[in-house]
Design a protein. Structure first.
Lengths: 474, 130
């Protein structure tokens, strides 16, 4: 019996295909990374089906690539070898539980940020999750496993920090658990005090198994929220001011971006240029509290710091949101919604990519300045995005490039990204959502003991190397 | 001098201050409340802030461009913070003028043009002339 027929026996004939259309659709994403067609696509809906698929793949040594919505902007779901099966998990889209008291949700892989928001607003209006720099149809689980960022990352760090526990199917077919859920369901309150085995799956880009359930932390929805826009100039001055502001711990979020991105929101058509003496960076600051008085007090802290910066540089300006709404009209709402609304400007062309890293705060400004010069040198629009992370324990920056997928432009994009990555690695930044070429560079420069540990863990969990082979250059 | 203020701006400028001014003024220009004068006349206004000057050229269409026209009808010097304070009713337009936070050159030579431009500009901030 052919592999396709055996897969069809597991999931039913409507949920498996080796047709050219499906193979094409799953062969690429929006990035510049080389496409590769899978042999087939299969869409399970239960944990048992995933177990049977992985046992079959393991026995037949068939490579598998997990996929949910393909919004990772890293080429992470493009097969790296011929003959792979893509396991598309988007049919598994149930929110299995929301625990009001311990504030978590247990979800399946196909649950998106849009699903989560709608469900919480309807059934648990006092709780919220977050939103990423991605559209609402992005998978919550994928974003957490890929250690992405969100609108609570300035306060709480990368989204992997929000994971309380997981259930996963190993490449050999066994179901395993990590976190407090090892004591049974309705007990997904946290990861400690235990060996932190979430790390066997978080950040692994689907190389160690398929996560089938995950508990993510929820947060009380703030009663009072205030936004403001901060305009700044210069990479070093901008990051220095953000560091001062975030270290006060009064901010919920600080979303800083090149002024070009704000101009795009205002409707400036491409290519969006940069002009001398413009404010170079715009940051959306979010402050919340249980009372208006609490919010006001926090905002005073912010104002005092910005006022001081304004004295030495008049182009540093803090604009309260009621005034931003007057100045920008309806587009002000787009700015607040920017992370989830970004696609309307980022998908101007068929290509979208970035090099993004987490970095030591001391080298944040230097990274941003050097990155800007590289992007300018290669002639792309300046679309930097940076975020103070985890209470300012580290910083994030990325340079986004939107581009038409013409061969010569793709070649320029590759050169630009390559240069950006080398520059970032020289500053000891850690790239995230790394495509294979970027992971290869990282591993060539990092401590060899880390690479050895990666290989051993991978071998232990996936002895036949079926899970996303060659991913992360392993 | 009769001044005709047009309804539709031609093109969104590519610079930040110009784009903000476009965003503020366009809804006002598109509203039915903008009156037309007896004859067409070219009105140029330079707005200088702490960032860079922008020239507004009112003709058949409004053109907003980066940089300062050498001989504008009006030259308005202010700061972003003053504009924000007016929009937030922290200061009145007259108060800002009297305290020197807004300076207007050409006011005496072109009082009608100044009045019409200020009416447009202040209405875009949700404020009116006194």
């Amino acid at each position: 019996m052919s592999l396709l027929n055996r897969l069809s026996e597991i999931v039913g004939p409507d949920h498996v295909s080796d047709g050219p259309a499906e193979r094409y659709v799953y062969s690429f994403d929006m990035t510049e990374n080389e496409p590769c067609r899978p042999a087939a696509v299969v869409m399970p809906v239960t944990v048992a089906e995933i177990q049977r698929i992985l046992r079959l793949a393991n026995a037949e040594r068939v490579p598998v690539v997990p996929f949910i919505t393909g919004q990772n902007v890293g080429g992470l779901t493009i097969p790296q070898v011929e003959g792979a099966i893509v396991i598309d998990l988007k049919r598994m889209n149930r929110i299995l539980d929301v625990d009001e008291e311990a504030m978590y949700a247990v979800i399946e892989p196909g649950v998106t940020f849009g699903h989560m928001k709608r469900y919480l607003d309807l059934h648990h209006p006092g709780l919220r999750y977050t939103y990423p720099l991605a559209p609402p149809f992005t998978s919550v689980m994928a974003n957490a496993l890929l250690q992405g960022l969100c609108d609570l990352s300035t306060r709480h760090g990368a989204m992997a920090n929000f994971i309380n526990g997981i259930e996963a199917v190993l490449p050999t077919g066994e179901v395993v658990r990590a976190g407090s859920c090892i004591m049974g369901d309705d007990n997904w309150f946290g990861r400690f005090p235990l060996p932190d085995l979430i790390g066997l799956f978080s950040g692994w880009q689907g190389m160690t198994g398929i996560v089938t359930k995950m508990a993510v932390q929820l947060w009380p929805k703030p009663l009072h929220v205030r936004y403001a826009a901060l305009f700044t100039v210069g990479e070093h001055d901008t990051t220095a001011l953000l560091k001062r502001l975030v270290r006060t711990q009064v901010l919920d979020d600080a979303d800083c971006m090149s002024i070009s991105l704000v101009k795009m929101l205002l409707g400036v058509p491409p290519p969006v240029e940069v002009f001398p003496d413009e404010p170079q960076y715009a940051t959306l600051l979010t402050v919340s509290g249980n009372t208006q008085r609490e919010v006001d007090a926090k905002f005073e802290v912010v104002e005092a710091i910005v006022d001081e910066a304004h004295m030495s540089e008049p182009r540093v300006n803090l604009i309260p949101w009621d005034a931003v709404s007057v100045l920008m009209g309806k587009q002000a709402d787009s700015w607040v919604d920017f992370p989830s609304d970004a696609f309307k400007i980022l998908t101007q062309y068929d290509g979208l990519t970035w090099v993004g890293t987490y970095i030591h705060p001391a080298r944040w400004g230097e990274a941003l300045e050097g990155g800007r010069r590289i992007v300018e040198k290669h002639g792309f629009e300046l679309m930097a995005f940076l975020k103070p992370m985890n209470g300012m324990h580290y910083g994030e920056f990325k340079f986004i490039v939107r581009f038409p997928k013409d061969p010569d432009v793709v070649d320029r994009v590759r050169k630009c990204n390559s240069e950006l990555l080398d520059f970032a690695l020289d500053l000891k930044a850690i790239p995230y959502k790394t495509p294979v070429w970027a992971a290869q560079r990282l591993l060539s420069k990092c401590h060899p003991g880390f690479v050895e540990l990666l290989r051993r863990v991978k071998k232990a969990l996936d002895p036949n190397g079926i899970m996303n082979p060659r991913r992360y250059s392993l | 001098m009769a001044v005709r203020l047009v309804r539709v701006a031609a093109e969104l400028p590519g610079d930040f201050i110009g784009a903000i001014l476009y965003s503020m003024l366009q809804p006002q220009l598109e509203s039915a409340g903008i009156t037309r004068g007896k004859r067409s006349s070219r009105l140029t206004v330079v707005i200088e802030t702490e960032y860079y000057p922008v020239t507004l050229e009112f003709g058949d269409v409004l053109k907003i461009r980066r940089g300062a026209e050498q001989r504008p009808t009006l030259r308005v010097t202010t700061t972003l913070q003053t504009v924000v304070d007016i929009a937030r009713h922290r200061i009145s337009p007259v108060g800002a003028f009297l305290r020197g936070r807004i300076k207007i050159r050409g006011l005496l030579c072109h009082p009608l043009a100044a009045r019409r431009f200020l009416a447009l500009f202040l209405s875009s901030l949700g404020r009116g002339l006194p």
